[in-house]
Ligand binder design. Structure first.
Ligand SMILES: [Fe+2]
Ligand SMILES: [Fe+2]
Length: 330
């Protein structure tokens, strides 16, 4: 598909002889901090990596609406319901900006959706965990959106223009999401002993999966080194994970909650928290489709797509009519 993109003129074709020169010029632009835009020449693997990363990101925003959507009808007050509704709608918007950013690389939205539904494209594994109580909604906003911010802030400076610009708005909204999650946790922690226990249980459930969101240690990964040279990735997974722990532990302390890690301790010398070992077997199990909600999430997405067929048809029909009318008037 990507070879075909090069042939159809979406990217300027370079012969094998001057490819090295073109690549060197491309790298020099990135090194100088010049943004790459959709019409610019780019190496095929750069385009391919971005399509994979941006579409995966878009799918995560959309699938991520499901665990929280689960609580829209059961929010404890009208105010909480309105806030959660706004948050979930924001996530739909994030998905749409990101699908649009991926489309600038020559892949269609239908293709991306088809890849997701066929299991060829991934989304963040964190959304394969269930939301058992209202406190999970607090924990998701605080921790999952918190991790998303840490991941996405550097992407506002990534080398691909449409992706970087989408991230600026997304990050602003994510910070509202994180605050609303923390506010739910704070309210529960200042409530009855039972409410505080709900908050603690939610932290226990979400802490480790959130640390897994940054991905396995990538110090030796070839792909990750290449993504860093291309300015698509600006920090290693481990650096971002450390940032998450350093930022979140004091917030848990303020809530009066205990982070579920017996090895967690402050290292005076390094100025960072040390933390216990992550269960990567669990991570790979969920990634392979064996998480608690993988099947449920995919089934919900596929049925939403099928149920929406009549809306897409009606919109296409409307667009066709509008086009025909405009042609007649012209
Ligand atoms: Fe989002
Ligand atoms: Fe969010």
């Amino acid at each position: 598909m990507y070879a075909q993109l090069v042939d159809t003129g979406l990217a300027k074709v370079r012969s094998a002889d001057d490819m090295d020169e073109a690549e060197a010029a491309f790298q020099a632009r990135i090194d100088a901090g010049v943004r790459i835009e959709p019409r610019d020449w780019m190496p095929v693997p750069y385009r391919k990596t971005l399509v994979r990363q941006i579409s995966q990101h878009a799918h995560s925003e959309i699938v991520g609406m499901l665990p929280e959507g689960n609580w829209l009808t059961r929010a404890p007050s009208l105010k909480r319901k309105a806030i959660l509704l706004a948050k979930v709608q924001d996530e739909a918007g994030h998905g749409l900006y990101l699908y649009s950013a991926a489309e600038t690389l020559g892949v269609s939205r239908d293709q991306m959706v088809e890849d997701l539904h066929a299991g060829r494209a991934k989304y963040s594994s964190i959304f394969n965990y269930p939301t058992l109580t209202w406190a999970d909604i607090g924990a998701i906003g605080w921790l999952v959106d918190g991790a998303a911010i840490i991941n996405q802030i550097p992407l506002c400076r990534c080398s691909y223009g449409p992706y970087a610009r989408a991230m600026v708005r997304v990050c602003k909204e994510e910070s509202f999401h994180q605050r609303q999650g923390y506010d739910i946790m704070l309210t529960l922690c200042r409530g009855s002993a039972q409410q505080k226990q709900l908050a603690q249980d939610a932290l226990n459930r979400w802490w480790w999966p959130c640390l897994m969101m940054f991905g396995p240690s990538d110090a030796e990964s070839v792909n990750s080194a290449q993504s860093m040279r291309w300015g698509i990735k600006l920090h290693t997974n481990d650096e971002l994970r450390q940032r998450m722990v350093d930022q979140t532990v004091p917030q848990a302390d303020f809530l009066g909650l205990k982070v579920p890690d017996a090895q967690l301790r402050w290292n005076e010398e390094s100025g960072h928290y040390e933390f216990g070992k992550i269960d990567w077997d669990e991570f790979y199990r969920v990634l392979k489709g064996e998480g608690p909600c993988n099947r449920e999430r995919m089934a919900a997405r596929v049925s939403a797509w099928e149920d929406g067929a009549w809306v897409r048809e009606a919109l296409n029909e409307h667009a066709r009519k509008h086009e025909a009318d405009s042609a007649r008037l012209a």
